[in-house]
Every structure is written in C-alpha cells, then in structure tokens.
Design a protein around this ligand. Structure first.
Ligand SMILES: [Zn+2]
Length: 231
C-alpha cells in the first residue's frame, strides 16, 4: 500500500501550473497510481476553475462601462442561437486520443512507462554496478531527472543532499533507515535527511534532484562517480 504522498502544497502548485516539468510529471505519475491524490487534484482543480470564473466575471463588471451593462435594451441583441451552436460544437472538439502504451527495457526486464513519460526524450541506458540509468532530457538546468533501476541486492551508499531529491517508485520496492517503500510511494527528501537505500528484489524509480549526492560514509573519492551518475 502507498504510504508516502506529495504534500498538499506541492499538489496545489501542480494544479496552479507552478512546478517544473520534472516535478509536475512526478505528481502526475503518482496520481496515476494513487486514487487519494487523484481526488485531491480534482477538488483543487475544480476550486481553481470556480475562482478563475468568478474573477473573470467580476473583472468584466469592473472593466466594462456600467452604462452598457445597465441598459435594458441590449438584452434583445443576444444571439441565443449562435450561443447554443457554440456550446454544442464544443462537445465535438475535445476527444482525447487513446494513449499508446510504451515500455522501457533495463537489463532484460521490461517496464511499462507511465503515461506522463510517454513523450519525454530519453537518453540511452548506462550502468555502474547494479545501478542503471536513463536520463530524461528536460533541459531544466540544475534539475536532473532520470529513470534509475536498482538490480536485486543493489543499493546507493549512505548519502545526503544539499538540494532536494524526489524518488517515485514505479516498480518493485526498496528500504532505507525509515522503512520499506513500495510501488507508487512519493518520497521527497532534503538536506535534513540522510539515507542508504537498498533493494532486495530490485526496483525502478523516477528520480529528480537539483544537486549531487553527498556521501556521508566511506571514501568520497571512490563514491563520487556514483554520485554524479545518480544525480
Ligand atoms: Zn497519493
């Protein structure tokens, strides 16, 4: 069962369109797997639509010359037929095309891609030990986004971050000092967290980070290639 969800502030920013594409996709993918957050998004979106409708309505009153609004002779000029036609026409427009299922293969294991990633350009897969990574090319400067596979028995050495690190589990499971994570879990960490993720059965994660990893144990020189690989 999913235990880790995006904070409500993050969902609000998602609804408002304020998030970078990488985080926005993370929320969308989590919502594909989490009906609870899907529900929140629907509610916040409806609320935002109501507010913007009210604002647009009020704006019209404030901006328009009141004499034209108050005059009662105008009511005959409204072309109800044309309006009805417009409304019925709009029913025909928005038929969404069925999304094609795409998949990605890491080390002979095929994963179905979440819809949000279907149209994102992706680099080739590269490996280091039991870690494999495909970069998503979103061109968001210091924000790096990847699909990361940890093979069974693999892990990431204990580390912390100066920035943030989002891990969304797309398949499999892993655990760290805080517990076990399963498919759908949305894990947002910052510099106050330090962890050492290990996957017994293997997993595929969507990761977003805005700074390299900082290893807290072992010889940094040896671990740094892993750090830049994962970031
Ligand atoms: Zn959720």
């Amino acid at each position: 069962m999913i235990k880790h969800h995006p904070k409500i502030e993050l969902i609000q920013a998602f609804v408002d369109g304020d998030l970078p594409a990488s985080l926005s996709a993370g929320i969308a993918m989590h919502a594909e797997m989490c009906s609870q957050c899907q529900q929140k998004i629907v509610q916040l979106t409806e609320h935002a639509a109501e507010v913007s409708f009210e604002e647009a309505f009020l704006d019209k009153f404030i901006v328009d010359d009141t004499s034209t609004i108050m005059s009662d002779s105008d009511s005959d000029d409204i072309d109800f037929e044309a309006m009805a036609e417009l409304i019925s026409q709009s029913n025909d427009i928005d038929i969404p095309e069925p999304a094609l299922d795409k998949s990605i293969v890491f080390n002979d294991k095929t994963y179905k891609l979440p819809k949000a990633l279907n149209n994102m350009p992706m680099s080739k897969i590269s490996n280091i030990g039991k870690l494999s990574r495909a970069r998503l090319q979103l061109d968001e400067n210091e924000i790096h986004t990847s699909l990361l596979q940890i093979e069974a028995g693999g892990g990431v050495p204990e580390h912390t971050h100066k920035g943030f690190e989002l891990t969304l589990l797309l398949d499999g499971s892993f655990h760290d000092e805080s517990g076990e994570y399963v498919k759908g879990d949305f894990i947002m960490l910052d510099g106050s967290h330090q962890h050492h993720p290990v996957s017994k059965e293997g997993c595929l994660c969507y990761t977003v980070a805005n700074d390299a990893l900082h290893f807290t144990q072992g010889i940094n020189k040896l671990l740094n290639p892993i750090g830049s690989f994962i970031y």
